[in-house]
Design a protein around this ligand. Structure first.
Ligand code: HEM
Length: 186
């Protein structure tokens, strides 16, 4: 299956991104530090979703609205008393000029929900957060997580019809991870 290969070829980037984020989560000392992390996600995923939506949207992907993350991140920032920042643009983002590249980028966004529950626990261990306030993005799809991930992988496997398609998607996924690492380290 293509998605198994995709996991393999993006593994190094996943591990490096995870390491940067775990460092930031462990050094959190206040809700303000958490708002700063959420703002980084908002800026990057917000800019990325704008690019992706030029090629993937409810007209060709039935559950696209459900997969949008930006509104949930903005709500989390506001609930905690923060201000929603501007989004990434231009070279801060990967190049997304067709549907295959949009799928590669969306793979990174959707995959981030898989680690979300672990991340949510780390945040609650570090901060005095009440009743899950500000955790909606990291809690993600909750009990539907596995089902949403399986159906997304099916879409990817259908969309990658040739080895060249696979290459385009994998390259976009790796570039999405790489530019996110730069963004997080800014
Ligand atoms: C503290 C940080 C993170 C932790 C602990 C974490 C953990 C995980 C875990 C447990 C999985 C599931 C692995 C499996 O079931 O095979 C996963 C998958 C994934 N994560 Fe993360 N993750 C983190 C951060 C991120 C971030 C920030 C992104 C993207 C920006 C990301 C992208 C992905 C992707 C794309 C997958 C899917 C891999 C596949 O194809 O199966 N992760 N992560």
């Amino acid at each position: 299956m293509f998605t198994e290969k995709l996991k393999e070829v993006t593994l190094a980037n996943h591990q490096q991104t995870e390491k940067i984020l775990v460092g930031k989560l462990k050094s959190m000392r206040s809700v303000q530090d958490y708002i700063t992390i959420l703002s980084s996600f908002y800026g990057y995923f917000g800019g990325l979703e704008k690019q992706i939506e030029r090629y993937l949207n409810p007209s060709n992907m039935a559950d696209y609205e459900e997969r949008r993350k930006t509104a949930a991140i903005a709500d989390d920032i506001k609930v905690l008393g923060g201000t929603v920042p501007a989004v990434a643009t231009g070279d801060e983002l990967p190049r997304i000029e067709n549907c295959l590249q949009a799928f590669g980028a969306l793979y990174v966004i959707e995959g981030s929900t898989l680690g979300g529950q672990i991340i949510s626990k780390m945040i609650q261990n570090h901060l005095p957060i009440q009743n899950g306030a500000g955790l909606s993005f990291f809690n993600g799809y909750g009990d539907n997580m596995q089902q949403m991930w399986t159906s997304f992988k099916e879409l990817l496997n259908k969309a990658a019809m040739t080895p060249a398609d696979e290459e385009t998607m994998a390259e976009a996924a790796n570039q999405t991870f790489a530019r996110f690492k730069n963004w997080l380290e800014k």
